[in-house]
Design a protein around this ligand. Structure first.
Ligand SMILES: *[C@@H]1O[C@H](CO)[C@@H](O)[C@H](O)[C@H]1NC(C)=O
Ligand SMILES: *[C@@H]1O[C@H](CO)[C@@H](O)[C@H](O)[C@H]1NC(C)=O
Length: 218
């Protein structure tokens, strides 16, 4: 019985290995070095994958996100102005992050760390994000670009990165999306996100929603 399990495990590993060879995964997942200046300016969300409960349902309702990353008087602090259009409704938020040594960090009210991965797309930012709360940890892979859309090859590379991370295939935005205006009112984004993370019951509902959305839409 035990040896049977081992064989199954080996076969599973072989299949994973064939789908995404380890050496290329090493390269695809190796954080790149990026300066704070390269982060500045406007980025449009193109697509991504996350194990954060509710993210796939939200992904289907999400029409667009853009970020405007601005420098502050402190060299290691950046201000992120973010707007999103969800089911046609725009909302904005503003928050500070620390960015040092090619790593973005938020430490309160939850822990969030981002590093940036290899991409062949010159105008893109591929984000690998980890969020930790006292009980859970979640990961996301996100693609942003200076342009409204990216090439198919760039999407393929993102899909391989998702596979290497054993994450679901990325949901891509419809490139004909409408983006939110610049002059939108902002709220404290971190507080809103934190209450979402802390809502345990909310997470269970969100997971169920994700499964339903994937079942009916894909
Ligand atoms: C972000 O940090 C800068 C520099 O410390 C500060 O002036 C600004 O008020 C902060 N903004 C937010 C939204 O916390
Ligand atoms: C910066 O990152 C590099 C590579 O990830 C690491 O070796 C180095 O210790 C880091 N330095 C600081 C000050 O965090």
């Amino acid at each position: 019985m035990k040896s049977c399990e081992v064989v199954v495990l080996l076969l599973a590993l072989l299949c994973v290995g064939r789908a995404a060879p380890l050496t290329s995964c090493d390269t695809l997942l190796k954080p790149i070095s990026i300066s704070n200046e390269q982060m500045l300016g406007r980025w449009l969300y193109i697509g991504g994958s996350s194990d954060l409960p509710g993210s796939r349902s939200l992904g289907h309702l999400l029409n667009s996100i853009w970020l405007d990353i601005r420098a502050t008087s402190l060299s290691n602090v950046l201000t992120i102005f973010q707007t999103q259009r969800i089911y046609g409704e725009c909302s904005g938020m503003i928050y500070n992050v620390t960015m040092q040594n090619s790593t973005l960090l938020i430490e309160h009210p939850f822990y969030l760390k981002e590093v940036y991965l290899e991409t062949d797309c010159a105008d893109c930012l591929v984000v690998y994000e980890e969020v930790k709360t006292s009980q859970d940890s979640f990961k996301s892979l996100l693609l942003f670009s200076r342009q409204r859309s990216v090439s198919l090859a760039d999407v393929e590379m993102l899909k391989m990165q998702a596979k290497c991370l054993q994450m679901p295939s990325p949901l891509m935005m419809d490139p004909s999306y409408e983006i939110c205006p610049d002059n939108i009112a902002t709220s404290d984004g971190l507080a809103a996100f934190n209450s979402l993370l802390e809502a345990k019951m909310g997470q269970r509902v969100a997971k169920l929603l994700d499964q339903l959305f994937d079942f009916f839409i894909n």
